[in-house]
Design a protein around this ligand. Structure first.
Ligand SMILES: Cc1cc2nc3c(=O)[nH]c(=O)nc-3n(C[C@H](O)[C@H](O)[C@H](O)COP(=O)(O)OP(=O)(O)OC[C@H]3O[C@@H](n4cnc5c(N)ncnc54)[C@H](O)[C@@H]3O)c2cc1C
Length: 347
């Protein structure tokens, strides 16, 4: 009989695990609380003055060094990933260093296209279902969205939902969110996931009325006193002929931590001010541009302390319960994919 698997979370971890298990003949059911799959591989479409803009406010680039891995090679061949052709720079100890060429891949259209490589329509995907309870009964698993465990605002018009039975269950959501699912089912894993430290990140999304003449399209900040982690001109990516200059600004972990509880409105004003100050520092000119669109997004669990502990997942063969995610594998796309493959082998 085909073995059935429930996977909670349809980000890269959940989807790459689903793909691995599917090729091994398992019957897959995925659950995600979001409106669509992808998790932190996310984008935001903005309609502005009759034109469609796209911000990649989650994962945005991939190092070319991974191009020989099957999934990346395949995604290059089918045109999903292409070279990033924009001007790349580093801010190293407040020194701007311009690079000759980019070592990054980006998406030909949008990063989320890569999800199509993982997702197979024969899998069942439930979106907008927040799983908040796991039930283990008679050697079978049930996953449930119980309304009394959800904050009132999230209860909407839903009913209690219970799915199952499944032969095994995998949780691929960020660690703090995993803990409530594990308290009763696997206290040791619950304790472990609670020990993992997360860093948040604010991301600013900006459309300007004129071109920002910074000498680069993409800049990473290393040991810099500026409060940024990365900034990228979205319209320097391929097939993005936006008529206005469009920037995604990732703030540093320190800044994001200090400003974590600010409202989105306050955060975006401060991000804009920091961007202006940075522009004036680099160009020695007064910032003249007007932001026509400005929004901030807060990732509460953006990155995790790297875990060097092998294996990059946990699996309990007796209970047939597994946990994985970038908090165990490392946050590079390819690390996640490889650790899913190893977890699938473990089964
Ligand atoms: C701003 C930013 C930029 C980044 N840039 C890059 C980059 O350029 N290159 C790179 O390689 N990596 C990058 N990363 C890291 C990369 O995006 C992540 O490592 C990766 O997306 C994590 O995938 P995941 O599946 O482990 O987790 P997630 O993407 O967080 O997926 C978890 C999923 O679980 C769902 N979920 C959560 N709780 C529940 C619940 N109770 N019930 C049901 N569903 C639930 C969520 O909706 C989500 O879809 C970036 C991350 C951020 C935040």
């Amino acid at each position: 009989m085909v073995s059935s698997v429930a996977i909670v979370g349809a980000g890269i971890s959940g989807l790459s695990l689903a793909r691995e298990l599917k090729t091994r003949g398992y019957q897959i059911t995925l659950f995600d609380k979001g409106r669509s799959m992808g998790g932190r591989l996310a984008n935001r479409r903005v309609q502005f003055n009759g034109e469609a803009y796209l911000f990649e406010h989650g994962m945005t680039l991939l190092p070319k060094q991974f191009k020989n891995y099957e999934i990346i090679r395949y995604s290059i061949q089918n045109g999903t990933f292409v070279d990033f052709k924009g001007q790349v720079a580093y801010m190293r100890k407040d020194q701007l260093v311009l690079m000759d060429s980019s070592d990054d891949l980006t998406s030909a259209h949008k990063m989320t296209d890569v999800l199509k490589v993982f997702y197979d329509p024969s899998m069942t995907l439930h979106t907008e279902v927040q799983i908040n309870q796991l039930i283990y009964k008679d050697d079978k698993w049930y996953v449930a969205s119980m309304l009394d465990l959800l904050p009132q605002a999230e209860q909407k018009d839903q009913e209690d939902l219970i799915f199952g039975p499944f032969d095994s269950v995998f949780i691929t959501i960020p660690p703090k969110q995993q803990a409530p699912l594990l308290f009763n089912t696997h206290p040791e894993y619950a304790k472990f996931v609670l020990s993992i430290k997360a860093s948040p990140m604010w991301v600013g999304m900006l459309i300007f009325d004129q071109k920002i003449d910074l000498p680069f399209d993409h800049c990473r900040f290393e040991n810099s006193s500026f409060p940024f982690r990365m900034m990228i001109r979205e319209n320097a990516k391929p097939n993005r002929s936006f008529s206005k200059d469009t920037w995604t600004i990732q703030m540093s972990f320190d800044w994001s931590c200090q400003n974590l509880e600010k409202t989105q409105d306050v955060a975006i004003l401060e991000i804009l001010e920091a961007f202006k100050a940075y522009y004036e520092h680099i160009t020695q000119k007064t910032f003249q541009a007007q932001a026509l669109y400005a929004q901030a997004h807060r990732w509460r669990y953006a990155h995790f302390d790297e875990h060097e502990v092998y294996p990059h997942f946990r699996y309990d063969p007796e209970l047939k319960l597994g946990i994985c995610g970038d908090f165990l594998s490392g946050s590079h796309f390819i690390d996640i994919v490889l650790s899913s493959a190893l977890l699938a082998q473990e089964l």
